[in-house]
Design a protein around this ligand. Structure first.
Ligand code: PHE
Ligand code: ZN
Length: 865
């Protein structure tokens, strides 16, 4: 049977549910191939329901065994069953309140999509967000139906977990009760042969909470850091947001097969094992960072997502934007705030700006979707977090705190909208936020340009904005853009107190008496000034300001805002690369010298100095080339990138040698920011030195590395230098470790000399450990190739074909992960006609595949445009 063409769902079509759920009792008789799920659900008519009152339940891939209403068995004449669910017409319902019992059978082992109940290495686990619960039992699988759940699990496996608090257990069974009403997407169940690393936390009001991290036997010594991050998250949310945990137990489970990073199921978070397990020998500093941030993120969802959830999936940013912002604040407090901000902006530009500038651009709150899984995007998450950050900037931290208190008080236990969220801020601050709301409804990255001049002793500044057209949104209204700024004299003195200008119309101007400014700052009246704009990256926009390289060098050396200090250096590197590729004149030697000064400044945080020395990515350069109206050549970009690194390595040789020697944190490994920063600086120096062709230091580091950060850094240099022996030794050492082997697969492609990457990737798909059904492993090979531009964009089209072949193959088993990776093609219109033609052919081939998933069809159609 051929599925009907999937129709888009629209925000404007939202209707409240016809029935609400009083409570749910679930019994699971677990068996890998035939699990029975018995559901007893008490319904009552929703007084706010608008339709005729039929009971509509979602259900997919369920084998219906039996159904009864108030104890009376139903026959096939009493309901309508389709591949999407079950409807009982209003006239068959006994009244406004009734109990429905159902028994279904499901096949967890055959569930390769990893949505619903599935098995992973002999363990049972669930993933229900967004619409996985309908693959477990018949239910109104929508977030505005919230209910308390009681769950009984029957299985011989030793550990049986579900949401909430444990009720009772015995030989082969366990019961759990979650008193907090929740939508079905927060349901979770885990059963397996697991061991826990356990701890306790006492909340501010004295509740004693048992904490467990459940892993496979043998991994229990790799949970310390996740546990530590969890306890710090719990304390931080009490101190900063006044939010306490609300159950007696908090469980985290690590799973090897998982589509995403982690999931915030109430009281039972389920994690991709990559974001839980860490030891100094097996995890890099970057892994530790991620673990800290993701443990915090999932924990923070307990209030922003679970206690207050989303009315419908269009409101996804309500929980995700806010929770990402909260985890960013947390990490900034735990580590260096400026370094964290730079890293977040790097991510935002690499993923969200790329999305916003292409065929997949969509508003932070989309208006329609075909498959909601396709909207767990950088725009919803990362740009969503930027909106919260701007809101806080606009109303100030005290009003922000007051608004959050009000939000929790007013909406606890509810399923809310962006309108509810903004209303709270309007009520608390008495400010009209209708213009700010455009950030939620308009796609596209605004472009802000700045002009300034001095005349007759007056300094004037004009800011202009333009929001580019995006698919389906040709015309845009001006956004409300907070521009934080300062001004420097050519000597580097701050002459204007740091301030925020609200750019709320196409153009805003300000002027100042220069003599007054100079007097207040205690400097002589300057001939010219250098604006430091968008400090701290105060808005997610692209800034065009006609700063000369000399101006930028002043900012790099003196800007009081660390973000803009870094940004000035980054812009210089970008201009140097673009000039090289466009064959225009540029003082690259001067740039390298200026960067060397900042990198050698021991007053600055080593982590910051490492960022100063790091080059923009090849993808950034491709975008920068487009921005000046040229067509990027990924092969030329890769060569220019490498050449500039080598040139920096040569020109800064003695400095880099010194940084390498001076920043050794010593033999004991600590993942904390201070030591991690030293390793980052040291390994950045190693990288630049190695790219000059001298691998002596990298070889020595590879021999002596005592932690994965240093081992991976050295291995990367050796692979980039064309040495293959190190990779073979690494494989021999780590072949028994899944997570480390993911790195091995990935590095051999991403770090390979450009003309070798594609053959490597192909060869690696033949490796006995290439388990392509595991999402992490798939990403570490196919994703790695797609993110290695010179190989992916090989002029022959072989890179495109390789990725398309694998996407088609994975789509048959796991549409969510396959569709997500199709975004590798989203920038195709940037490239030359030959490449566009080759990509178009691959997109067409994917689209024409028999039985293509709804996820992939939607993505390919949108990308093709
Ligand atoms: N809600 C999860 C998070 O943000 C992400 C997720 C979405 C996980 C869908 C699985 C499936 O933390
Ligand atoms: Zn989240």
């Amino acid at each position: 049977m051929k599925d009907a063409v999937p129709q888009p769902i629209h925000l404007v079509d939202y209707r409240p549910p016809s029935h609400l759920v009083e409570d749910v009792h679930l019994t699971f008789r677990l068996s890998p191939k035939g699990t029975r799920v018995i559901a007893k659900i008490r319904f009552r008519a929703n007084p706010e329901g608008l339709d005729e009152g039929n009971l509509r339940l979602d259900g997919e891939n369920l084998r219906l065994i039996s159904l009864s209403l108030n104890g009376h068995p139903l026959t096939a004449l009493d309901y309508l069953l389709t591949p999407q669910g079950l409807t009982i017409p209003a006239e068959r319902l006994p009244g406004p309140a009734f109990t429905l019992c159902s028994e279904v059978e499901i096949d967890p082992e055959a569930n390769t999509a990893l949505e619903g109940l599935y098995t992973s290495n002999g363990m049972f686990c669930t993933q229900c967000e967004a619409e996985g619960f309908r693959k477990i039992t018949f239910y109104p699988d929508r977030p505005d139906v919230m209910a308390p759940f009681t769950v009984r699990i029957e299985s011989d496996l030793p550990v049986l977990l579900s949401n909430g608090n444990p009720l009772a257990s015995g030989e082969g069974w366990a019961e759990w009760h979650d008193p907090w009403p929740k939508p079905a997407y927060l349901f979770a169940l885990v059963a397996g042969d697991l061991v826990a690393q356990s701890d306790r936390f006492t909340t501010a009001s004295g509740r004693d909470v048992a904490l467990n991290i459940w892993v496979r036997p043998g991994d229990e010594d790799r949970c310390d850091y996740a546990m530590d991050a969890l306890k710090r998250s719990m304390a931080w949310d009490e101190q900063v947001y006044g939010r306490e945990y609300d159950l007696d137990i908090f469980n985290i489970v690590a799973v090897d097969d998982f589509n995403m990073g982690a999931m915030e199921n109430k009281g039972l978070n389920i994690f991709n094992s990559k974001y839980v397990l860490a030891s100094p020998e097996t995890a890099t500093d970057r892994d530790y960072d991620w673990i800290e941030g993701i443990v915090a993120h999932e924990y923070f969802h307990n209030w922003t997502g679970n206690r207050i959830t989303c009315r419908d999936w269009f409101q996804l940013c309500l929980k995700e934007g806010l929770t990402v912002f909260r985890d960013q604040q947390f990490s900034a407090d735990m580590r260096s705030a400026p370094v964290k901000r730079i890293e977040d902006v790097l991510q935002l530009r690499a993923r969200q700006f790329r999305e916003d500038g292409g065929p997949l651009a969509h508003p932070v709150r989309p208006e329609s979707y075909v498959e909601i899984n396709n909207f767990y995007t950088a725009t919803v998450y990362e740009k969503g977090a930027e909106l919260i950050r701007m809101l806080r900037e606009l109303v100030g931290p005290d009003a922000y705190a007051a608004a959050l208190d009000e939000y929790f008080a007013r909406h606890d236990g509810q399923a809310c909208t962006i309108e509810d969220w903004l209303q709270v801020f309007e009520d608390v601050t008495q400010r009209d936020l209708s213009q700010f709301k455009r950030w939620y409804t308009q796609a596209g990255t605004p472009r802000v340009s700045a002009e300034w001049h001095i005349a007759d002793g007056t300094l004037s500044l004009t800011l202009r904005q333009e929001v580019p057209a995006t698919p389906g949104q040709p015309l845009k209204e001006p956004a409300l853009i907070p521009v934080r700024l300062g001004m420097l004299t050519p000597e580097g003195a701050e002459i204007l107190p740091d301030m925020v200008i609200e750019l709320d119309s196409p153009e805003v101007s300000r002027s100042w008496d220069l003599a007054d400014l100079a007097q207040a700052a205690g400097v002589s009246v300057p001939q010219r000034v250098i604006p430091s704009l968008l400090r701290g990256f105060s808005a997610p926009v692209v800034l065009d300001a006609a700063l000369t390289p000399e101006d930028r060098a002043v900012l790099l050396a003196h800007d009081g805002d660390p973000f803009n200090r870094w940004e000035a250096g980054r812009r210089l590197l970008r201009e140097a690369l673009v000039a090289d590729l466009a064959q225009t004149r540029f003082d690259t030697a001067g740039v390298i010298e200026a960067l060397g000064h900042a990198a050698g400044d021991t007053h600055l945080d080593p982590a910051f100095r490492a960022l100063v020395l790091s080059l923009p990515s090849e993808d950034d350069i491709a975008q920068a080339i487009c921005d000046i109206g040229l067509v990027p050549d990924p092969v030329a970009i890769a060569d220019a990138h490498r050449a500039l690194s080598a040139r920096m390595g040569a020109a800064l040789g003695p400095l880099l040698q010194r940084l390498y020697a001076e920043n050794d944190p010593g033999p004991a490994y600590s993942p904390a920011a201070e030591d991690a920063g030293k390793r980052a600086l040291r390994n950045t120096a190693l990288r630049l030195l190695s790219l000059t062709g001298d691998l002596t230091l990298a070889r020595a580091q590879f021999e002596n590395a005592r932690n994965m950060t240093d081992q991976v850094a050295a291995l990367s240099c050796l692979i980039a230098g064309g040495e293959t022996e190190a990779a073979a030794r690494f494989e021999a050492q780590w072949q028994g470790d899944r997570l480390v082997m993911d790195k091995w697969f990935m590095l051999q492609i991403a770090q390979a000399p450009r003309d070798m990457a594609l053959d490597r990737a192909k060869a690696l798909t033949e490796h006995p450990l290439f388990d392509w059904k595991n999402p992490n492993r798939f990403r570490s090979v196919i994703g790695a190739l797609g993110q290695t531009p010179a190989a992916f964009h090989d002029p022959s089209g072989a890179g495109y074909r390789f990725v398309a072949d694998w996407l088609i193959r994975l789509d048959g088993l796991n549409p969510q992960t396959a569709a997500r990776m199709s975004t590798l093609f989203e920038t195709w219109r940037r490239y030359d006609a030959d490449r566009q033609e080759l990509i178009r052919a691959e997109l067409e081939r994917i689209a024409a595949t028999e039985g293509l998933s709804r996820d992939m069809s939607e993505m390919v159609a949108r990308i093709s445009g």
